[in-house]
Design a protein around this ligand. Structure first.
Ligand SMILES: Nc1ncnc2c1ncn2[C@@H]1O[C@H](COP(=O)(O)OP(=O)(O)OP(=O)(O)O)[C@@H](O)[C@H]1O
Ligand SMILES: Cc1ncsc1CCO
Length: 506
């Protein structure tokens, strides 16, 4: 079993046949798809010579390494060995799993195609690193399909995996998935108790006129479909959120945490941090009402959480407003690692720019005027700089882990008229990242969309006449969405406005 985090969200399987690739270059198409957010690539060519397969796989491996994405080879284990790529994918009629494992060793990824419950359970028992479940729909590229299982067949297999204790094995489904049917395939799997980790596609990317755009669209669909799982996990595990936060928002942030199903503790004394981290908490460091004593406590608590391997969310409130805050930001950034850095544009310009930045915030609200693309780039660059997820708030929120960058267009202007909505979003993010550590980007996305949709629902309630009446309605809607999600009602998901963006676009 390999010990690395693989993003199975959008899984590209190559096809070099003229009917699919046309006269395009395979490496160019794969590069575009990687730019669009593909998280894993499988090189599949059943017909070419060993030498040609090795040459192509080597070219692809140079590319995938640049994107820090694993490359697998379909069936041809000897090609994978020669190229030194990250693993193989084998079908039921290919080399046996045990033989492949013996040749490749324990560090390589081995995925297996399965089309029924028995095959799925057998592959998991043998030690498969992930399963490709299919064929979902009949396709031009795979006419030799034993069985077309449809979305309901996928659900049956997922259910069987859960029942047999293999719920943790990652799964993708494959066969005729494209941007028109992806959402419904994922929605179908939502009824099962184990969710798909991603979608494997061939023609939807290889034959797409713009593979990068097609990959972005697919990724947006996959990430959106994962949000209910985050909300359910928080509701089901009641994660502890340890807030070292400002004097203004203590009560509001604690009530928001309760509404989303988390357990808040507002504790500013760092001596408590090791114990709380041991209890599985996630920490929020919010410097809204910073003091010298507060700063010392932040640093000590940050170290305790880093030592315990528990996530920390940094909310550099008012970062650009005063010299004291600008210096505190630098001190806190240098003191340890954050899972998430969140803030408005002014705050994150200061985080990015260091002490010489020209951004001068007038208070805790943002005064920066940046375009959406500038904000996307800012979020992406800070994420890379600090190896974390960045959540840049405002009327449009931008979220990036340095590789995938998303915009969320949910929310309501009343959120900007109430103090502490950004801070309580930080608290919510900590609960979501604390409960759903496998993908902090998805956790941030779920928190942000949940906030935005709850605000939209609250704003249209008849009793809401302004910021004062908005606050209790907003808390009620957060609670309502949590309750609906755990009861299987995902109507709120249709209100989500999520798009994967190209952070390189000027
Ligand atoms: N005009 C707006 N329209 C829609 N949503 C908004 C608007 N302004 C803010 N939001 C939402 O409000 C939340 C908080 O973002 P904001 O940028 O106001 O944080 P902040 O400045 O850190 O707030 P605070 O300092 O009050 O805690 C986010 O979910 C964001 O999407
Ligand atoms: C108004 C205010 N002042 C310091 S922190 C805070 C809460 C919103 O950021």
């Amino acid at each position: 079993m390999v010990n690395r985090t693989v993003d199975y969200g959008v899984y590209l399987v190559t096809d070099s046949t003229p009917a699919v690739l046309g006269d395009c270059s395979l490496t160019q198409v794969v590069e575009a798809a990687l730019r669009g957010g593909v998280g894993i690539v499988q090189y599949r060519d059943k017909n070419c010579s060993h030498e040609d397969a090795v040459t192509t796989a080597r070219e692809l491996h140079v590319l995938t390494k640049r994107f820090d994405v694993p490359l697998l080879v379909n069936d041809r284990v000897e090609v994978a060995v020669e190229v030194g790529c990250e693993g193989v994918h084998i079908g039921q009629d290919d080399m046996s799993f045990d033989a492949a494992r013996r040749i490749l060793g324990s560090e390589k990824i081995i995925g297996v195609t399965v089309s029924c419950e028995e095959e799925a359970i057998r592959a998991c028992e043998a030690g498969a690193d992930y399963l490709g479940i299919g064929t979902v729909f009949a396709t031009q590229t795979k006419k030799d399909t034993k069985s077309i299982i449809g979305p309901s067949g996928v659900s049956t297999i997922l259910e069987a995996l859960k029942e047999s204790g293999h719920g943790a094995v990652p799964t993708v489904c494959i066969g005729g998935i494209n941007n028109s049917n992806a959402a419904s395939v994922l929605a179908h799997d939502g009824s099962s108790r184990k969710s798909l980790d991603g979608l494997a596609v061939v023609s939807a990317l290889i034959a797409a006129p713009d593979p990068a755009a097609a990959a972005r669209q697919l990724l947006g669909t996959v990430l959106t479909a994962k949000m209910p799982q985050v909300v359910r996990t928080v509701a089901g595990t009641t994660p502890l959120t340890h807030n070292m936060t400002n004097l203004v928002v203590q009560n509001f942030a604690a009530n928001v945490a309760l509404a989303v199903g988390a357990s808040p503790i507002m504790a500013n004394y760092a001596e408590e941090a090791p114990d709380l981290a041991k209890l599985g908490a996630a920490l929020v460091i919010n410097m809204g009402t910073i003091t010298p004593d507060g700063l010392r406590n932040f640093i000590q608590a940050l170290k305790a959480y880093n030592d315990a391997g528990r996530p920390v969310v940094f909310d550099p409130v008012g970062a650009g407003a005063t010299a004291v805050r600008r210096e505190a930001v630098q001190t806190l950034l240098a003191a340890g690692h954050y899972a998430v850095i969140k803030g408005n544009s002014s705050e994150l310009l200061t985080v990015h720019g260091g002490p010489s930045v020209t951004e001068r915030q007038r208070g805790v609200d943002s005064t920066a005027v940046l375009s959406i693309s500038e904000r996307a780039r800012l979020a992406r660059d800070i994420a890379r700089q600090h190896s974390c997820v960045v959540l840049l708030t405002g009327p449009t929120d931008l979220i990036s882990d340095g590789r995938r960058t998303l915009r969320v267009d949910n929310g309501h202007e009343l959120l900007g008229m109430v103090t502490g909505t950004g801070c309580s979003l930080g608290t919510t993010v900590s609960a979501m990242v604390g409960a759903f550590g496998e993908d902090a980007l998805v956790a941030c996305l779920a928190a942000t969309v949940l906030f935005g949709v709850a605000a939209e629902m609250a704003a249209v309630r008849p009793e809401v006449r302004g910021p004062g009446t908005f606050v209790p309605a907003f808390i009620d809607e957060l609670y309502g969405i949590r309750k609906a999600t755990t009861a299987g009602d995902l109507q709120w998901l249709s209100m989500a406005k999520v798009q994967v963006v190209n952070a390189d676009e000027k």
